[in-house]
Write a new protein. Sequence first.
Lengths: 183, 199
Amino acid sequence: MLHLNTKDLIDKSKSGDRVSQQKLYTRLNAPMMGVCIRYMKNTEDAEDVLLEGFHKVFKNLKKFTYENEHAFFGWVKRIMINEALMKLRKNKEIQILAINEDLDKEVDVSPLEELETRDLLKLIRSIPVGYRTVFNLFEIEGYSHQEISDKLGVSIGTSKSQLFKAKKLLRDHLIEKNQDYGS
Amino acid sequence: MVRSKLSEKLDNISQHDLGFEFDDAAVWSALDQRLGSKRAYANWWIAAACFLIGFTILPIGLLKETSTYPSMITDTGAIINDLEPVVIEKKVVEIPVQSHEKRTAIVPNRVSRKGVSPALAEVASVKLLLKPIIKPVQNERNKSVFSSKDISIIQASLGRPSIEKEKNITVRAQLHTSSQPLQFNNQSVKIKLFEGSNN
């Protein structure tokens, strides 16, 4: 994640030091691109979100009070997520479809944790944007259904149904993948 | 927000793990440009504001420095027609004025002849240097720009403490244009003199 002298870099970046801003960007661009690409359809959109996000980060950095690296990383990540959701809304890419399935059925996605980061990302990107948005927000970012419903402007039930479908698709893809490896 | 194992894994993703090439240098370049352009834009506005302030404030300041206070030339020849000219030559006028800082001076030579008739030009002048309560307005005629105390001084300098009631009299007021005592701008100012107004 972040390494040495992050606070110094942040302090210097706050005063507009471009070299420090670039160093901060270099440290954060890969994980933040990872965040953006999880939400966006393609790399071009993800780059746009990354650019907008970092622009907001540096613009609002003075308002940020440094506590620790983890908090800073979380702050930057939230900016990226909000930017991504904004872009999805703008492009009307979040298609929330009603699903008539038994939502009480639990879909186990714990095998995902065993995947390599690269494969995990690839798998998440393989499901439709609407499903993966809710999956990202709930399973990875840790938002509640209430928070997701507020963020996306959908009902809690819709959020739950999208998550259910996302998990089901991921499980199916995972099974396919394992079968491919097995064969 | 609770941090999951998936989140931990994805937060530590490297560029290699992304699974695609993205031009981070190009993104930084665009970002650098945007951050820089904002600053340049702000600098441009600051420069423009300074320029505007410079052009509006400075001339006012300069004007205040040059036109400090008027001096009065009571040119006896300029008095209304029915009055006899009173020639006061090299006479220091000493009139106590409470609210004015009175300075007296004798113009050793003739005053500037610009805009003065030949007859008036021959008349010697007494110069009263007064700091008026009311500042004279340049080039604004037919307006009393002197206080009653100033007028009483003018009257006294003319040797006529009382002039016809509300009679208009044209005097040449001079405005200092520099700190040099003898550099003036002649300017005619019409004032009204009031009978017995030497309070």
